[in-house]
Ligand binder design. Structure first.
Ligand code: HEC
Ligand code: HEC
Ligand code: HEC
Length: 151
C-alpha cells in the first residue's frame, strides 16, 4: 500500500515537471516578439527607495488608501501628504518620448499600465492631474518631467 502510494507520488511529480517544462518552453517561444498576444503589464518603476507603504500592500490596497468615499472611515487620521494622489503621480511619473511625463492618456502611464491589464477604469484623472505639476516635484525629479500644460 505504502509502496503503491509512493509510486503514484513519483509519477505525479514527474508528470508535473514535464508539464511545467512544456509550459515554460511554450512561454519562451511565444514571448519572443515584443508584442505577445497576451501582453503582461510593463509597470514602470517608482522613484526612490520604496513606496509610501510596503509594495505588496500597495499592489493590493492602494485603492483603499485613495478612495474618496472612505475618507470618513478608514482614511480619517491617515489622510496626510503621505497618501496624497499628487504624491503618487510625482513618484510614479513615467517619462515620455519628449522627456516630459506621460499623462493618463498614455497606456504607459503608471496607473494605466496595470489598470488596462486588469480591466480597471478610474475617473480620478478627469479632475486630478495625472503627471507632476510645477512646484510639486520630489527632490530627485528633474524639471524636465513637468508637463507644460495640465493633463
Ligand atoms: C516616494 C516615492 C513614491 C510615492 C510617493 C508613491 N510611490 Fe508607489 N512605489 C514607489 C516605489 C519605489 C515602488 C516600488 C518599486 C516599483 O515601482 O515597483 C512603488 C510601488 C508601487 C506599486 C506596486 C507597483 C508594482 O510594480 O506592482 C503601486 C501599485 C504603487 N506604488 C502605488 C502608489 C500609489 C497609489 C501612491 C500614492 C498613494 C504611491 N504609489 C506613492 C514609490 C512611490
Ligand atoms: C469630480 C472631480 C474629482 C474626481 C473625479 C476625483 N476627485 Fe479627488 N479630489 C477632487 C477635489 C476637488 C479634491 C480636493 C482638492 C485637492 O485636495 O486636490 C480632491 C481630493 C482628493 C484627494 C486628497 C488630496 C490629494 O491630492 O491627495 C485624494 C487622495 C483624491 N482626491 C483621490 C481621488 C481618486 C483616487 C479619484 C478616483 C477614484 C478621485 N480623487 C476622483 C476632485 C475629484
Ligand atoms: C500593480 C498594478 C496596479 C497599479 C500600478 C495601479 N493599480 Fe489601481 N488597481 C489595480 C487593480 C488590480 C485594481 C482593482 C482591484 C479590485 O477591483 O479589487 C485597482 C483599482 C484601483 C482603484 C479603484 C477603482 C474602482 O472603481 O474600484 C483606484 C482608485 C486605483 N486603482 C487607483 C490607482 C492609481 C491612482 C494608480 C497610479 C498612481 C494605480 N491605481 C496604479 C492595480 C493597479
Amino acid at each position: 500500500m505504502a509502496f503503491r502510494r509512493s509510486v503514484i507520488a513519483v509519477i505525479a511529480v514527474v508528470a508535473a515537471v514535464m508539464l511545467l517544462r512544456v509550459a515554460i518552453s511554450a512561454d519562451t517561444e511565444e514571448s519572443e516578439p515584443a508584442t505577445s498576444r497576451v501582453p503582461f503589464p510593463e509597470i514602470a518603476k517608482g522613484k526612490g527607495e520604496q513606496c509610501v507603504e510596503d509594495t505588496d500592500f500597495m499592489r493590493r490596497n492602494h485603492m483603499n488608501l485613495l478612495m474618496h468615499q472612505r475618507d470618513d472611515t478608514m482614511l480619517h487620521g491617515i489622510r496626510e501628504k503621505k497618501h496624497s494622489l499628487k504624491e503618487c503621480v510625482n513618484c510614479h511619473a513615467v517619462p515620455g518620448a519628449d522627456s516630459m511625463a506621460l499623462t493618463a492618456a498614455s497606456p504607459k502611464h503608471f496607473c494605466r499600465s496595470c489598470h488596462d491589464y486588469a480591466a480597471v477604469k478610474i475617473d480620478c484623472f478627469d479632475c486630478h492631474a495625472s503627471r507632476p505639476q510645477p512646484g510639486e516635484l520630489p527632490d530627485d525629479h528633474g524639471e524636465s518631467l513637468v508637463g507644460a500644460t495640465v493633463e
